[in-house]
Design a protein. Structure first.
Length: 323
């Protein structure tokens, strides 16, 4: 693969080149990892997209919301990329990757790019290489990158480490105030969006929105938030109501953070976080080397036989790696 040609294609906004680039950075092959590192280093760094993370429980309507939200942004002249993370089976390792088929209208737009990726059992709601995929979308000139998490519950906070604004989607009657003050994902959310606020569910959506608005007032104020944030809002992705208001709040929040220096500080902190995570993954990758696997297998057998204490065996194994 010619990295220079790939960089030129991505910089020119070619969707085919972008798709090939994401496939390359997601590959675990050793030769591909070296090429991916070269690709990321050669990308233009001056382009910057607004990164919006989205999470929510399965069935809350994330795909419908993203399609309606994305179509609204494109109508305003913006280019939109969607990185949808699909859960991988812990048994077979496979993923359905069906998110693109649920965004039929958005997938036809020339100013949209939708890429489903398997989580590969990576925890935190995103895939291990999602951050690199975001960088590629930025280099391709997209104005907004929407990062849709797997959607498994309150522990999906890793997406907040790669996004500028974090939206949490909830369904009507999704919990009371006590549910709302739970730690974890609630503390990371910038805007809580109560979806499906239409038809018979609208009164329930109104109550849920009020409950969460009250719960958010009980949380400690964050320095990176202006007055009124985080906040709860009602949206009907099906009827396309509340979308422009949500976008307006996202813009108001990002404008304030830029003006007060929090945007640049958050980007710097995220870069530090992903550097440390990459170091950890690189060290863990050493365990897959043949020599390390042989030593690990031998010590595991000794531990199983009771011939050596697990703690002592672990110390011996680490000592062998350091030699």
């Amino acid at each position: 693969m010619n990295i220079d040609d790939l960089v030129k294609g991505i910089a020119a906004g070619e969707r085919r080149a972008l798709a090939r680039g994401i496939t390359l950075v997601e590959s675990s092959r050793e030769d591909h990892r070296a090429q991916a590192t070269a690709l990321l280093a050669a990308l233009p760094k001056e382009r910057e997209a607004l990164r919006i993370g989205l999470s929510g429980t399965p069935g809350v309507g994330k795909s419908t919301f993203i399609e309606s939200f994305g179509m609204m942004l494109i109508a305003q002249g913006l280019r939109v990329a969607v990185l949808a993370i699909d859960p991988s089976s812990s048994r077979s390792g496979g993923s359905i990757l069906g998110d693109k088929t649920r965004m039929d209208l958005l997938s036809r737009e020339k100013d949209a790019f939708i890429r489903p990726s398997p989580s590969q059992t990576h925890l935190g709601g995103v895939a291990r290489r999602t951050r690199e995929a975001v960088a590629l979308c930025e280099a391709a000139g997209f104005d907004v990158v929407l990062i849709e998490t797997v959607g498994v519950g309150q522990s999906e906070t890793v997406v907040a480490e790669m996004s500028d604004v974090f939206l949490l989607l909830l369904a009507p009657a999704g919990g009371d105030e006590l549910q709302g003050v739970k730690r974890g994902i609630m503390e990371m959310a910038d805007i809580i969006v109560v979806n499906k606020a239409d038809g018979d569910l609208k009164p329930a959506a109104s109550r849920t929105c009020a409950d969460y608005a009250g719960a958010l007032r009980l949380l400690r104020k964050r320095p990176q938030d202006p007055d009124g944030f985080p906040k709860a809002m009602m949206v009907s992705a099906l009827q396309e109501s509340g979308l422009s208001e949500t976008w307006g709040e996202v813009q108001a929040l990002t404008d304030w953070r830029r003006a007060n220096g929090f945007w640049a500080r958050a980007r710097a902190a995220q870069a530090r976080y992903w550097f440390e995570q990459t170091v950890k993954h690189t060290l863990l990758a050493q365990l897959e080397a043949p020599k390390a696997k042989a030593a690990l297998s031998e010590l595991s057998d000794l531990v199983a036989q009771g011939a050596i204490d697990p703690t002592k065996a672990a110390q011996d194994f680490v000592a062998q790696l350091e030699r």
